[in-house]
Design a binder for this molecule. Structure first.
Ligand code: KIV
Length: 272
């Protein structure tokens, strides 16, 4: 798609119904992001998410995806021990959850780990710029690559990930011109989130796009719908109808054959 100048649409999903919807809607890549820790599990950070939680959700998403490329996000500490352990954890996304690829956030020395995972036959998507698992070490959830020196480092990281075999790289929260430069330099697709319009594709957290997650809204996220508002309205109507006796109505009620009911009455008398 990059060579044809066609932009790639990528979104996160964390469960089966959303996976079905996104797959039907035509997104090219579905990511089971570790953002699930914050937007689904209610944790304060993504660093709390475990391998077991990621696999549980990735398996559910797999059942709903028949068309898009499915990527599992390597959670914090799943690739920080030995390289062998990182390969084993990446392999679990493929063997146990049925993912097509894994995503891995940049950290120093990650090149050897990525190289080993790719050598094992597992496609890897890199992630540079703002890397949420370690954001607290670098001043929190803020723009990265603001000054020339840090922009040079991020560009070098993206190039290094391509060199060790990544098939794509996520660029998170960096100035548009830095993303443009990375996109131009890379032969592999650069997928932006808060990285401006020049990237080869875009990714958003689906809960931000649909207005499901309301605790905070990153500047780079665009809300295309107000699912939380719709859900509140629907639940308030249900509560009101239960209280007033409107629900369940005839449509939601099962009836009994009158002849059978007559027999029942005969058995138990008029109390039945
Ligand atoms: O975990 C996630 O959802 C991500 C995307 C924001 C790229 O890493």
């Amino acid at each position: 798609m990059k060579s044809e100048g066609r932009r790639i649409a990528m979104l996160t999903a964390y469960d089966y119904p959303m996976a079905c919807l996104l797959d039907e809607s035509g997104v090219e890549i579905i990511l089971v992001g570790d953002s699930l820790g914050m937007v689904v599990l209610g944790y304060d950070t993504t660093a709390q998410v475990t391998m077991e939680e990621m696999l549980h959700h990735a398996k559910a998403v797999r059942r709903g995806v028949t068309r898009a490329l499915l990527v599992g996000d390597m959670p914090f500490l799943s690739f920080h021990g030995s390289t062998a352990e990182a390969v084993k954890n990446a392999g679990r996304f493929i063997q146990e959850a049925g993912c097509d690829a894994v995503k891995i956030e940049w950290k120093s020395g990650i090149e050897d780990v990525v190289h080993a995972i790719v050598a094992a036959g597992i496609p890897v998507m890199g992630h540079v710029g703002l890397t949420p698992q370690t954001a607290h070490l670098e001043g929190g959830f803020r723009l990265r690559g603001k000054d020339a020196a840090s922009a040079v480092r991020i560009i070098a990281q993206a190039v290094a990930l391509q060199e060790v075999g990544c098939f794509a790289v996520v660029l998170e929260c960096i100035p548009d011109v830095v993303a443009q430069e990375i996109t131009r330099r890379l032969a592999i697709p650069a997928i932006g989130i808060g990285a401006g319009p020049s990237c080869d594709g875009q990714v958003l957290v689906v809960s931000d796009l649909l207005g499901i997650f309301e605790r905070f809204k990153p500047k780079f996220a665009k809300r295309y719908a107000d699912f939380a508002g719709l859900a509140r309205q629907a639940v308030a109507s249900y509560v009101q109808e239960v209280r007033s006796g409107v629900f369940p109505g005839n449509e939601q009620t099962f009836t009994m054959d009158p002849a059978e009911f007559a027999k029942l009455k005969a058995e138990f008398g008029s109390a039945a």
